[in-house]
Ligand binder design. Structure first.
Ligand code: DGL
Length: 266
């Protein structure tokens, strides 16, 4: 863990965690990154808590073989359901996506009314709701699962009528609830920022937790004198199925080429 130039391990249920990786790459350009997308078992968002814990556990076991100095659980569903369990079972530092996003949302809200959206498993786990109330019990939290958003993003429906209709269907109630802050609690949702903004209006602050996670990772590395100084950092992507689909969707997400994608059985 004291090897500063060791890679950071990042895992997600599939391709969505690339939105988190992108933010990490941007502010930590000297870090090598190993990304694992569990594409054979995606989506996690509709699975049971037991299954999500088991899969998340296996993902960290896989990453450990590369002597990663830190694991970022980029998947909101894994973070919401399994983070405590993972921290109990591994000694390696683990950063999840819930706390950083919550911190930012709690900082930003002025009227103390925050909306949170995520997968079914994320919202049912109640981790966001709990974390917000822990930070400030005065805040009113409105949570909503938006299960259509992930397939829409993966199929490329990120703009126009179809995502706008889905966003209107899911988010209209937030306007009635008069929230001033909306926390995007899923890897895929930053890709839908335009239709979401169109439905919510300019006055609602939309929090992309991927940025908050990258900042948290940077802060943690600095604080523990673990910042990497690799001048030729490497980026390797492991997937458990369908590397070509991962490449296609991933390149659309990141707007750049993904070179080193490797298929693994875990
Ligand atoms: N990565 C998941 C999340 O952030 C979304 C996709 C899935 O359901 O696996 O919750």
């Amino acid at each position: 863990m004291n090897n500063k130039d060791a890679p950071i391990g990042i895992f997600d249920s599939g391709v969505g965690g690339l939105t988190v990786m992108k933010e990490i790459e941007e502010i930590l350009p000297y870090e090598s990154l190993i990304y694992l997308g569990d594409t054979a078992r995606t989506p996690y968002g509709t699975r049971s808590q037991e299954r999500i814990k088991k899969l998340s556990f296996r993902n960290i076991l896989f990453l450990e073989q590369f002597k990663v100095k830190l694991v970022v659980v980029a998947c909101n569903t894994s973070s919401a359901v399994a983070l405590d369990y993972l921290r109990e079972n591994f000694s390696i530092p683990i950063i999840g996506v819930i706390e950083p996003g919550v911190r930012l949302a709690v900082e930003r809200t002025k009227n103390m009314r925050i909306g949170v959206i995520g997968t079914e498993a994320t919202i049912n786990a109640g981790a966001y709701q709990k974390a917000i109330l822990n930070a400030n019990p005065e805040i009113k939290v409105f949570a909503k699962a938006c299960p259509l958003f992930v397939p829409l993003v993966e199929e490329g429906f990120t703009n126009g009528k179809i995502p706008e209709l889905a966003a209107e269907t899911y988010l209209a109630e937030f306007r009635q609830n008069n929230i001033d802050t909306l926390l995007l609690g899923c890897t895929h949702y930053p890709i839908l920022i335009e239709p979401i903004r169109k439905i919510m209006g300019e006055s609602v602050d939309i929090i992309n937790s991927a940025q908050a996670v990258a900042e948290e990772t940077q802060k943690f590395l600095k604080k523990n004198s673990m910042l990497g100084k690799n001048h030729t950092p490497y980026k390797i992507f492991y997937v458990t199925d369908a590397p070509e689909r991962f490449r296609r969707i991933g390149e659309r997400f990141l707007k750049k080429r993904l070179d080193d994608i490797r298929l693994v059985e875990i």
